[in-house]
Design a protein around this ligand. Structure first.
Ligand code: ZN
Length: 70
């Protein structure tokens, strides 16, 4: 005879997952490109800055690489 059903593992202890509507790779790091003369370099809110590039697309690649290494 089965009188008591097994408890469902619904209530799991732990912090709820943070809801992030924006597809930000990581919090605290916001990269942007800064033009300096004829060059362009990537900058991050954490203080990181990439090397000066002659193309903005390269600076964005540096920014993506910085976020990927986090
Ligand atoms: Zn950063």
């Amino acid at each position: 005879m089965t009188s008591v059903a097994p408890p469902a593992p619904a209530a799991a202890p732990g912090p709820p997952p943070p809801a992030s509507p924006s597809p930000a790779p990581s919090a605290g790091h916001s990269t942007t490109t800064v033009e300096r003369g004829s060059f362009c370099l990537a900058r991050c809110t954490c203080g990181w800055s990439g090397p000066a590039r002659r193309a903005r697309d390269r600076a964005r690649t540096d920014a993506a690489a910085h976020l990927a290494l986090l």
